[in-house]
Structures are given as C-alpha cells and as structure tokens.
Design a protein around this ligand. Structure first.
Ligand code: GN1
Ligand code: MG
Length: 365
C-alpha cells in the first residue's frame, strides 16, 4: 500500500479493516483509488480531487451532497434502493465531506457500488439506450430540486467563455506550438459564430437553466448485472447549465466508433444506430420535462459539445498541456484530431440526426 494513501485513509469513516488500495479508472482529471475492505464490509472509492481544476473543492462537495441527498429522497419515495441508485458520499471522521491533507491536497470518498459494470464503449444499441434512460432519469429527478448549486466551474460548457480563453491562449502561445497547428486552428475559427449561437439561446432564456451532470460519457454510468442502468457517477461537474450539455456529451462519447484519442482516424466516425438508441432511451425519460427549444437543439448540441472538446484539447496543447493528463507529448493533439474527425462525421449526419429525433418524438407522443 502506498505510504501516502495509508495516511489519508484513516481520516474517512470507512468500516472494516482495509485489505488493499489500488488505482482505478482512466479519468483525465482526478486520481482515483479503489479501497477494498475485509469481509462483508463495503468497499470504497477514494479520490484526490484536482485542485488546479476544482478551485473550490468544499463547494464542489457541497453541490454533490445536495444533489445526492435530493436523488436519494426521490429514489426512496419510489421504493428504489438509495444506496445503489445514487452515489453515497462517505464523510470524514470529523463529519466533513472532504479531507485536506498537510500538502493542501483535497480527498473525498464514496461508497463503491458492487455487482455493477462500467463500460468505456457503448458496444450495443441496448447499452446505449439504457445509458440514455439513465441520464434522462437523472435530469428528470433533479428537475424539481429547489436548492441552488454553487458555480464551481465558471464557464464550463459556456462557448462565450471558451472562445475567450481560446483567444487568450492563442495570443500568448505559451509553448510556442501555435505555428505547427495552423490547420487545426482553422477548424475552430471557421465555426465560431455557429457554435456561439447555441449558447446565446441559453443566455437569452430561450433554453432554460437546469441541473446538469456535464460529463455524461458512458464510463460515468454504472449498469447492473442484467445490463440495466443503475446509477450515474462522477458528480464533480454537477452545475446549473443547459441540459443539452448532457445529451450532446453523451452522443460524443457513445456514438464514436473509435477512441477519444484514436491515432487511426479511420476508426473514428459516428455510429447512427447507437445515436438512435441513445436518443430513444433518453427521450423516453426526458420528454416529460424538455421544452420545444431544447428538443429542437438536441442534434446540434452533439456538434456543440464535440466542437468544444476539439477546442479544449487543442487549446491545452497550445498552452503546453496544463489541464488534461497526457501520456505522451502530442497526446492532446492526437485527441484534437480524433475529436475533429468525429465532429466532421456528425456534420455529415446532421440532417439524419434531425429526422431520427423527429421520428422518436412522434413515436413517444
Ligand atoms: C474530463 O476526468 P474526466 O475524464 O472525468 C473533463 C471533461 C471532458 C473529459 C474528456 C472537469 O473528464 O469535461 O469531457 O475529460 N472534465 C473536466 O474525456 O474538465
Ligand atoms: Mg469527470
């Protein structure tokens, strides 16, 4: 067991002797560990939160606590299992939602939900449909939440903010990499106003403010052993924003035939059968609360979030890799190109996406 972790673990209200602690998952931001306990005691997830990205971890944990408390209340009222269908934050021995170590690092823990499976790829339409249902249900349960959430990531899926950040980084060119990526920069510049147009609809109130997850890739959903969606995890980015972020980001992640950082661009394209299944699952739950302007912008939100991801990976490359974890020097550039290939494929399929959504909406009515 890592010495450092041995010192962290006793600060949390974990029950039972600890057998082992090992790294878990492929997150690009936090460090995640699986804490295995002896016998029938529950196991746990322990995370070191990335304080460079989450500038106010106490406020973030407070948001997560508010959201999970609300979800558990509704799940219990419906006769569900609040310990399996929603994340459970495990407090510290002194009753806090996080522990700050001597080095100023923030740690938080939650219950590990056993007998579940998480996927990195949506390898079947059934799985995609279940994932869609999961996010639709998550948003629907939070639609009635009265409590306010702190804005812990100002400008997160805000295109106006992202373009401003982009202009600043390009102006500085801190790593001297700008000249090598002139073509890629053009991909962003040529789509600026089209992308900003969706955010303007949110700013004007045409698209309403909702509580959203903001990181709805498939690996952030747990499925039970029967393949049914069970629980939405990784609540670090729950915010008040457009619910289109969640739909768009899921389409970005689920429908990609390749990997987010695929070096072989031939692997990367949008799978329309997965698109249709995800959308069907999502709308089976979300059509209960979505407004017409939200429905009208669903297809475009997939392009919007994928464009934003191209921008964020390229911006981080130009900035010298300060945000995302990278495994090799051009990793962010490889991610940029792979996400751009996906964006092109979405643009080609855009009309088809609109008609699929139209068909599903008719079927549901
Ligand atoms: C980050 O760390 P992870 O994988 O949960 C990022 C998302 C990106 C994603 C790309 C707070 O999420 O916005 O879409 O990487 N989260 C943050 O894989 O920036
Ligand atoms: Mg995340």
């Amino acid at each position: 067991m890592n010495m450092n972790l041995e010192k962290i673990v006793p600060h949390f209200l974990f029950s039972g002797p600890i057998l082992q602690i090992r790294p878990l998952g492929e997150g690009l931001i936090n460090d995640t560990f699986f804490v295995e306990t002896q016998g029938n005691n529950p196991d746990y997830i322990l995370q070191r939160k990335n304080k460079n990205i989450f500038r106010d971890v106490p406020a973030m944990m407070d948001n997560i606590h508010k959201v999970t408390t609300h979800l558990k209340k509704i799940i219990s009222e419906r006769g569900g299992d609040p310990l399996r269908e929603a994340l459970t934050v495990v407090p510290t021995v002194d009753g806090r939602l996080f522990y700050k170590d001597a080095a100023g690092e923030y740690w938080a823990a939650c219950l590990f939900i056993d007998n579940t499976t998480a996927y990195d790829y949506a390898d079947s339409p059934e799985l995609a449909s279940q994932g869609g249902r999961g996010i639709g249900k998550f948003q629907a349960m939070l639609a009635g939440m009265k409590e306010q959430l702190a804005d812990i990531l100002p400008g997160f899926h805000n295109m106006r903010f992202r373009l401003k950040q982009w202009d600043e980084v390009l102006g500085k060119d801190p790593a001297g990499r700008k000249a090598q990526v002139a073509e890629e920069i053009g991909w962003i510049e040529s789509r600026r106003s089209q992308m900003l147009a969706l955010w303007k609809k949110f700013e004007s109130g045409e698209i309403p403010v909702r509580i959203t997850h903001n990181d709805t890739k498939i690996s952030n959903i747990l499925f039970d052993r029967q393949g049914e969606v069970l629980c939405v995890i990784d609540l670090d980015t729950v915010l008040s924003s457009m619910c289109l972020n969640d739909y768009g980001d899921a389409i970005r992640s689920y429908t990609n035939a390749g990997k987010e950082d695929d070096e072989n661009l031939e692997n990367v394209y949008m799978k329309m059968d997965i698109f249709e299944s995800y959308t069907r699952g999502y709308l089976s739950e979300a059509s209960s609360f979505l407004t017409q302007p939200e429905i009208d912008n669903l297809a475009f939100s997939a392009l919007y979030i994928t464009f934003e991801q191209v921008l964020r990976f390229l911006m981080d490359y130009i900035d010298g890799d300060n945000y995302y974890k990278v495994k090799y020097e051009t990793h962010n550039l490889v991610r940029t190109r792979a996400q751009y290939k996906l964006l092109l494929s979405m643009e080609e399929n855009y009309d088809e996406m609109l008609s699929v959504i139209g068909r599903i909406v008719c079927d549901i009515k």
